[in-house]
Design a protein around this ligand. Structure first.
Ligand code: GLU
Length: 275
């Protein structure tokens, strides 16, 4: 096995793509970037890996489509933006992966789906069936119906729920940061990058405090929260910077990232869950 290739150990990946990667500051889709990412995904699939995408970007695309220029959207405005933007987002994914003869399926999730057993089992079966048919499920939160109290609000934690639901070996969070630092690097020049986190301790959680980027809702805090959900269920997590072209190929070539080790094997995690 190629020691450099961060993705080599995994057969089923959930990959979360942040809004700031897919949509530029003018609210336009970064189509060339998406085309390169799609070829990375096609290469992973050709190597026998199953891929589930959790894609943000609906609100960011929809606000420009609807001409909503205010800085802070009201809940109603962001729900309308998500509704318009989700169509553009799924079309972009279908086209980008379609060029590699990969079919996409869209699934929009609300928290009850990951928390209520019947919905959970149903969503899981649909995703497994799509994977079995060689398709790539594209998942987002159903922002246009989720209410303020009943929503994830950030796709970091949503993607961790999805990864554990489908028993992915690894969750990859692609955003504009290349991993976890001992302190927020923008504020502390002495901050050190951590290549590996064996266990999410209170000290690790304390390192995560820090601001989100211009479009994303999460920040390092929601990423470490996602790490807790994933690693407790036996899923590894990688945080990597995705802003440059071919971010998955870069990970396979040894680009800097932070790897969070699973806390248990997935079999142990399942036993604990049943008990
Ligand atoms: N679901 C939101 C969207 O598609 C993104 C949430 C997030 O940024 O994590 O616009």
């Amino acid at each position: 096995m190629d020691a450099l290739n961060a993705l080599a150990p995994y057969r089923r990946l959930t990959i979360k793509i942040g809004s700031a990667l897919l949509v530029d500051r003018q609210g336009k889709l970064r189509a060339a970037w998406l085309a390169d990412l799609a070829s990375d995904i096609a290469a992973l699939k050709a190597g026998g890996c199953e891929v589930v995408i959790v894609s943000s970007g609906a609100i960011a695309l929809g606000r420009s489509l609807l001409g909503l220029s205010v800085v802070a959207l009201t809940l109603e405005q962001s729900q309308a933006a998500a509704s318009a933007g989700q169509i553009a987002l799924s079309q972009a994914w279908a086209e980008a992966l379609g060029r590699h003869d990969i079919v996409t399926g869209q699934i929009l999730i609300t928290p009850n789906i990951t928390e209520e057993r019947r919905y959970y089992l149903n969503a899981r079966t649909t995703i497994a069936t799509l994977l079995g048919l060689g398709a790539v499920p594209i998942i987002n939160e159903n922002d246009s119906v989720a209410t303020a109290e009943i929503r994830y609000g950030d796709n970091d934690r949503l993607s961790a729920r999805v990864a554990t639901m489908i028993e992915a070996d690894c969750l990859v969070l692609l955003s504009d940061v290349d991993g976890l630092y001992t302190a927020p690097p923008a504020q502390d020049p002495a901050a050190r990058h951590l290549p590996v986190v064996k266990q999410i301790t209170p000290a690790i959680e304390a390192m995560a405090g820090g601001a989100a980027s211009h479009l994303s809702r999460g920040g390092m805090t929601t990423k470490v929260e996602a790490g807790k959900i994933a690693t407790q269920a036996g899923t590894a997590m990688i945080i990597a910077k995705g802003t440059e072209n071919h971010p998955l190929r870069a990970l396979a070539e040894g680009k800097r990232h932070t790897l969070f080790h699973p806390a248990h094997s997935r079999a142990q995690a399942r036993k604990r869950w049943i008990m």
